[in-house]
Write a protein that binds this ligand. Structure first.
Ligand code: BGC
Length: 282
């Protein structure tokens, strides 16, 4: 063995470094909740951002204003992610406005909860259509553009990045929410299979799996002190997640700092997936 010293790792001082400088991002369902926080955070990290929404144009316009306040470009585009033609039009509008897409955050999602024997086909179908088929339709358009354009080294090491917003319920079964858990289980294997397929094209595909995050989708779980206390029994870290917790993880996952990360489910859940009941039981 040589006695020569190992080369030092040089960390350049770079206080204004932005993770996503010059990149173009599309965030679906970006007018509220996690999507809204992600859209604004990606802009703070240097990306121009399309704010997709299906309803509540005024809220989408507010998000665009917040994005523009960071100095980045923002554009609201209405589209139902479960509608093939609307998704294709949205991508065309984005490419016309921003030139291309580097980052897709497949965030749009909803719950239509019911006891299993009372669940209507419409409740089942809507959840699968938006949460799973919607992610498929958007990912397919993104992959087409990533393959067409390839890697642009000045922008990113990868030809494109897809972040699937999944859930702890891609692994935690959830009584009363069978449609939702089934959709997220589908998102898990869609993400991993797609990651395997497109890795040779330098397209990165990963999931973020939020736990309980303070958003309108789950107000029942945190809206009263009693509900909040009950929720804490499921969260070892003993606080609810905030949308920015997810936004930070998403920005990192989309950045070249995560360039060797492919096909993972990244849980951001305060330990919800750690079988909290076993902290004292077992
Ligand atoms: C659901 C929320 C729930 C959380 C943790 C999320 O995917 O949308 O309603 O609070 O998982 O159970």
């Amino acid at each position: 063995m040589s006695d020569a010293p190992l080369p030092k790792v040089v960390m350049p001082s770079c206080p204004n470094r932005q993770l996503l400088k010059g990149q173009k991002a599309l965030v679906t369902g970006a007018n509220s909740g996690i999507g809204r926080a992600v859209a604004v955070y990606l802009a703070k990290e240097g990306a121009d951002v399309v704010v997709n929404f299906v309803a509540d144009e005024a809220a989408a316009a507010e998000v665009v204003t917040e994005i523009q306040a960071t100095g980045r470009g923002g554009l609201a585009i209405q589209a139902d992610v479960s509608d093939e033609a609307q998704v294709q039009t949205m991508f065309q509008q984005m490419i016309d406005a921003f030139g291309t897409i580097d980052i897709l955050v497949n965030n749009a999602g909803l719950q239509r909860d019911a006891p299993f024997d009372e669940m209507t086909l419409a409740q089942w179908q809507q959840v699968i259509d938006v949460n799973l088929t919607g992610q498929f339709l958007c990912a397919r358009e993104a992959v087409r553009e990533f393959k067409r354009r390839g890697v642009v080294p000045e922008v990113s090491c990868a030809a494109g990045k897809i972040i699937s917003m999944s859930s702890v319920h891609e692994v935690i079964p959830w009584a009363g929410h069978v449609n939702y858990a089934a959709s997220k289980g589908g998102v898990m294997l869609m993400t991993k299979s797609l990651a395997q397929e497109v890795a040779p094209f330098r397209i990165r595909v990963n999931s973020i799996c939020p736990g309980a995050i303070r958003t309108p989708i789950n107000t029942d779980a945190w809206g009263t002190p009693e509900a909040y206390a009950e929720l804490m029994r499921l969260i070892p870290y003993n606080r609810i997640g905030e949308p920015v917790d997810i936004a930070r993880a998403t920005a990192w996952m989309a950045s070249d700092d995560a360039d060797y990360v492919q096909g993972v489910s990244f849980f951001v859940d305060g330990g919800m997936t750690l079988y909290p009941g076993f902290a004292e039981g077992g």
